[in-house]
Ligand binder design. Structure first.
Ligand code: SIN
Length: 522
């Protein structure tokens, strides 16, 4: 098997991966791995923007308070402090490097999103912040001689010995060969898992791959019960959808039901800008009423401003014969962001030496039970730098001794069954592990997953077998955590335990071959 050695391995090409690679390139050679092409990532689709306390009426302390409040008792205050303070520095560095955020009257224009008490959301290309940011950082990555990008490279497993990670085994779809790459620092930045739900704002390829790589290698996985649903995603006849940024509500859009009533006004002091879990839950209740629907309504706002600020959303809606400035836009919640992931310390470090997690794949403690809007791109910038700097201290490096792996292969005859099970899991998650959960539905879903598991002919080192096993395992981790957390907090609501219960001010941690562990706050 081909074998190469490098200084850093970065897995994933969203903002977390690209930024990690760029930071790492200051200290050595980097191999950047992505399972598809470099320009495909979840970050690319981020619309609203990136939050940072740069406004004249704002400061990191206000941003800290809003983040902690959104997290409903489960944020790690130390990580949040790092996020809001270092976040401002990372944004200023990006601007110095040439990143162009949108301006109004010569100053950076700041948007507002749910649960923020100040305007602090920087945006680019109007509502195309993710695309602009990823394009900007990618261009620097592509020009960097020290970064070797391997597209269409699927990471099969992490190489770990005595709790030290020293490399990866990959399958390169271009050469059709498997390879071993080793390095003293391995950074996972593969994004979340919300694409596993049938109704999702994420690409359906966002399936928690990095979480399972780390889990299989012995890493701790935490907070998996917290899946954030974005309230306003376009409702079409099919499950396909399109995100309509919270920033639209930040500019004054209302949410109304089929009677034209603004149902959020008497539910929360921030009305349509209440925390996402609150808005998504109230929308869910509206949809329980026979024949009811929820719409975004903007006809009281300045149409030119809306068209300019949200030009991509405006254009996309026109394709569905909806004029954002005049028409009611049917919306419903969709799975958007996995708050949990690979448990890390303050430097993105995991419980496995030399292994780091950055971005949505990680659980750094900054989001608690519910992520504050637009904090995630900032988390990528802040923790990518910290992870790289921490890894410079890594001492241990295992010398790779060739191993005879069984050949990796694709059994095409499994494809149809795999796809039908993937869809089945997506529907099960959306129906039973969505905004509202209960013990009976969660248990039923576990049983259904077991049935899927028993009826598939799994084969070692086979593509569809590994894919399906990964989907089942991610779903099980979410459900098992959701069963343990017998309360309703942030992005996790149990109709059988509708109250907050401070006994559950705790973290639920999974580790392969161990029972879930419930530990006090970090
Ligand atoms: C949005 O634009 O509403 C999404 C922003 C985010 O999820 O942080």
């Amino acid at each position: 098997m081909d074998y190469t050695q490098t200084d850093f391995i970065v897995i994933g090409s969203g903002l977390a991966g690209l930024t990690s690679a760029l930071n790492a390139s200051k200290f050595g050679n980097v191999t950047l791995l992505t399972k598809s092409s470099l320009d495909v990532s979840n970050s690319y689709w981020a619309q609203g923007g990136i939050a940072a306390a740069i406004g004249s009426d704002d400061c990191p302390e206000f941003h800290f308070n809003d983040t902690i409040k959104a997290g409903v008792g489960l944020c790690n205050p130390e990580s949040v402090k790092i996020l809001v303070e270092e976040g401002v520095e990372r944004i200023n560095e990006l601007i110095q490097l040439g990143m162009k955020f949108d301006l109004a009257n010569g100053a950076i224009e700041l948007g507002l999103e749910g649960n923020h008490t100040k305007r602090r959301v920087l945006h680019a290309g109007g509502d195309a912040t993710g695309r602009e940011l990823v394009k900007f950082v990618l261009q620097h990555v592509l020009q960097n001689q020290r970064i070797k990008a391997n597209e269409y490279s699927l990471v099969l497993d992490l190489l770990v010995e005595n709790n030290n990670c020293y490399g990866v085994r990959i399958h390169n779809w271009v050469t059709g060969k498997s390879e071993i790459i080793t390095a003293p620092a391995i950074i996972i930045a593969t994004g979340g898992a919300s694409g596993m739900y049938s109704r999702t704002t994420n690409p359906h390829s966002t399936t928690g791959d990095g979480i399972i790589l780390a889990y299989n290698a012995g890493a701790e996985i935490s907070n998996m019960e917290f899946v954030q649903f974005h309230p306003s995603s376009l409702l079409l006849d099919s499950d396909e959808t399109f995100l309509i940024s919270e920033a639209v509500r930040g500019e004054g859009a209302h949410l109304v039901n089929c009677f034209g009533e603004r149902f959020m006004s008497d539910k929360h002091e921030l009305a349509e800008l209440a925390p996402r879990d609150v808005v998504a839950y109230e929308m869910h209740k509206q949809y329980q009423m026979e024949g009811n629907r929820v719409y975004l309504k903007l006809d009281h706002l300045d149409p030119q401003k809306i068209q300019r600020r949200f030009s991509n959303i405006y254009k996309e809606l026109l394709r569905h014969n909806i004029d954002l400035t005049k028409d009611l836009v049917p919306v419903a919640p969709a799975a958007h962001y996995l708050v949990g992931g690979i448990k890390t310390g303050l430097y993105g470090e995991t419980n496995i030496n030399n292994l780091y997690a950055v971005g949505e794949v990680s659980s750094t403690g900054v989001h608690g039970a519910n992520r504050l809007a637009s904090n995630s791109l900032l988390e990528c910038l802040v923790f990518a730098k910290r992870a790289v700097e921490h890894s410079l201290e890594n001492k241990f490096f295992v010398k790779y001794e060739p191993v005879n792996y069984k050949k990796y292969f694709v059994d095409k005859t499994k494809e149809e069954t795999y796809l039908s099970y993937k869809n089945k899991i997506a529907v099960l998650l959306s129906q039973n592990v969505g905004i509202i959960r209960n013990e009976s539905d969660l248990n039923k879903t576990l049983t259904a997953l077991n049935e899927i598991y028993s009826s598939f002919l799994f084969e070692e080192n086979e593509y569809y077998s590994l894919r399906l096993m990964s989907l089942i395992t991610v779903a099980q981790l979410i459900i098992k955590s959701a069963l343990i957390r017998k309360e309703s907090r942030g992005g996790h609501r149990r109709e059988d335990y509708p109250q907050l219960n401070d006994q559950f001010l705790c973290e639920i941690i999974h580790r392969v071959n161990f029972d879930p562990q419930i530990i006090g706050l970090r």
